[in-house]
Design a protein around this ligand. Structure first.
Ligand SMILES: Nc1ncnc2c1ncn2[C@@H]1O[C@H](COP(=O)(O)OP(=O)(O)O)[C@@H](O)[C@H]1O
Ligand SMILES: [Mg+2]
Length: 323
């Protein structure tokens, strides 16, 4: 499946763009978002990288923690996920389920029993958004500009972590509720409200299950690995792909970005060119089962809709034709 097939695939709801820092994740996410919107998909592009660059890439402020319409489109929106604000929302959701004396005890016990603290910060936030948009039919397509590898791996293992954490909460709750039944009178009831809260945790658990199903379905999700033809990036890509495999995230496409052109009159350029070509050959061997898209180094930065459009044309293989 070429990148063009991925971008234009009707059933595909989530595209994640990921790789090492500085390789072109944001540019590719932006370019794929522009292509998706032009194709007619109602598209949302989200940055989950704490070192946001989506605003710079689109040349528009997307940092407000809200979904912002992208100028020049009526079906494209963008947002840099604000981890702190989002974490608050996330804790409110989970926290609501933990009101009352049971919760306090459960939380204390939880620490003792399992050594697990609630998963946190940027990844939880990003994942919270995935959960939110899985249910939200306002968008046909959500494109994630993810953080460099380490962060993204945490995001990917989060469903498992959260699921088991919430599961433990529920089990504990069952054990504690009989024990605390007698005490409840002393605290003035509140049984119903509490049940609602626990129901919400159960619903969150169900949503996480659903997210895991969608994130592992190649008809719904594709992770596009972005890299540059340098040894360091190759190593990191190996780790990333191994983890994507472990977490069953479909990843069939790789972008090899920033390829320098040959230039026999420049010794420096020739050295870089040869280094890249050697790595490119390794990459072609290593990832023969993936669809590779090679992208040249542009003579300037990739910024604004124009730049993203130009990159998009290359991503879908239109760069050699006149149309
Ligand atoms: N093929 C390319 N040619 C020229 N500049 C590029 C290319 N790909 C990325 N860039 C530039 O490199 C920088 C990093 O790209 P970016 O997409 O922000 O990477 P990441 O999100 O992986 O950190 C940006 O300034 C971007 O414009
Ligand atoms: Mg970026």
């Amino acid at each position: 499946m070429t990148l063009r097939d991925v971008v234009y695939k009707d059933s595909l709801k989530f595209i994640l763009s990921g790789g090492k820092g500085g390789v072109g994740k944001t540019s590719c996410a932006g370019a794929m978002a522009v292509l998706s919107a032009r194709h007619g998909f109602r598209t949302l592009v989200l940055s989950t990288d704490p070192a946001h660059s989506l605003s710079d890439s689109f040349d528009q402020d997307l940092s407000g923690g809200e979904v912002i319409p992208i100028k020049g489109f009526d079906n494209l929106w963008g947002m840099e996920i604000n981890a702190e604000k989002g974490m608050q929302e996330f804790q409110n959701i989970v926290g609501d389920g933990m009101a009352g004396p049971e919760a306090q005890m459960a939380a204390n016990l939880m620490g003792d029993m399992t050594g697990m603290s609630p998963p946190g910060s940027d990844e939880a936030m990003a994942f919270g958004k995935i959960l939110e948009f899985i249910e939200d039919s306002s968008y046909d397509r959500v494109i994630f500009d993810t953080a460099p590898t380490g962060h993204t791996l945490k995001l990917l293992e989060l469903p498992d972590l959260l699921d088991s954490w919430l599961g433990k909460m529920l089990t504990l709750r069952q054990r504690l509720s009989s024990m605390l039944g007698g005490l409840r009178g002393l605290f003035g009831g509140g049984q119903e409200q509490e049940d609602d809260s626990w129901k919400m945790i159960q619903q969150t658990k169900d949503k996480i299950r659903q997210a895991r199903i969608e994130l592992s379905d190649p008809d719904t999700t594709q992770f596009v690995v972005v890299m540059i033809p340098e040894a360091m990036a190759v190593f990191e890509t190996q780790r990333l792909l191994a983890s994507l495999n472990t977490w069953h995230i479909p990843a069939n496409n790789m972008v090899v970005n920033q390829l320098v052109p040959p230039n026999p009159t420049c010794q420096f350029c020739t050295k870089r060119y040869e280094m890249q070509q050697a790595n490119l050959n390794d990459i072609r061997d290593l990832y023969s089962d993936l669809d590779l898209t090679e992208v040249p180094l542009f003579d300037g930065e990739i910024r604004g809709i124009e730049g993203l459009t130009r990159l998009g044309e290359i991503l879908i293989g239109n760069n050699h034709t006149e149309d």
